[in-house]
Design a protein around this ligand. Structure first.
Ligand code: ASP
Length: 232
């Protein structure tokens, strides 16, 4: 699994890649942010750090669902190289938040099917690609084809457009459109700013998402289908 976290107040960030048998890799990324002078720990170093921090190891099979196992098998048999680069988002979880003080933060983790290749690291633990947070602009988490996201620095690129005066929605459309036309990559982003505005956009087939604001829960999976309910 790979994971990253970033605090928009001071741009502090932490990330881990190639970790195994950890139930909450974002928590480990947070420990990297808070307890080390580093931004990213990987593989054996990340595992040793987790053990030193007292993070319990969980047997690997407990972290793999039947649904993901089946999905992986299906992906391994796919040979359609001409299709745009996309990924059914079964393994990546992203979150962005703004608190009452206007501090923003993001976190992203993945153990998805794209990590099936040993040694491959995607965008998720790379600050600026899988996520970014800066109180002056906003916070964003990205999902989708990691190699494409890395090539365009999707998270920071989207916030760049916000910095240039675009709305969150416009910025997300521009950067996802750029990624699609430039490298044929599909993906999705969620973002917030310190004013509490938020946006959810994707070019992939679908993206399960939810947003909580002012007692309401907004959620959806497919384009143009959003449901709004009262928060319990
Ligand atoms: N972006 C992730 C990766 O490439 C995968 C995903 O978001 O589904 O590792």
């Amino acid at each position: 699994m790979d994971a990253s976290i970033m605090n928009g107040k001071d741009l502090s960030s932490g990330a881990v890649s190639a970790v195994r048998c950890i139930a909450n890799p974002v928590k480990l990324a947070r420990l990297v942010m808070e307890k080390t002078p580093h931004c990213l720990l990987t593989d054996r170093g990340a595992a040793e750090f987790a053990a030193a921090m007292g993070v319990p190891a969980v047997p690997g099979e407990q972290l793999v669902t039947e649904r993901n196992r089946k999905h992986l098998e299906k992906e391994q048999h796919k040979k359609d190289a001409k299709k745009p680069h996309q990924e059914k988002n079964l393994g990546t979880v992203g979150a962005v938040a703004v608190d009452s003080k206007g501090d923003v933060a993001c976190a992203t983790s993945t153990g998805g099917t794209m990590n099936k290749m040993v040694g491959r690291v995607g965008d998720t633990p790379c600050i600026g690609s899988g996520g970014y947070a800066d109180n002056d602009i906003g916070a964003i988490s990205a999902t989708g084809h990691g190699e494409s996201i890395l090539k365009v620095n999707l998270a920071r690129l989207t916030l760049f457009h916000v910095q240039q005066g675009k709305t969150l929605e416009e910025a997300a459309d521009i950067s996802l459109g750029y990624m699609k036309s430039k490298v044929k990559g599909l993906g999705g982003v969620i973002l917030v700013n310190k004013a509490g505005d938020w946006a959810v956009k994707w070019t992939s087939e679908s993206m399960p998402w939810a947003a909580a604001q002012d007692g309401k829960l907004h959620s959806g999976i497919d384009l143009h289908k959003t449901s709004i309910t009262d928060l319990p």
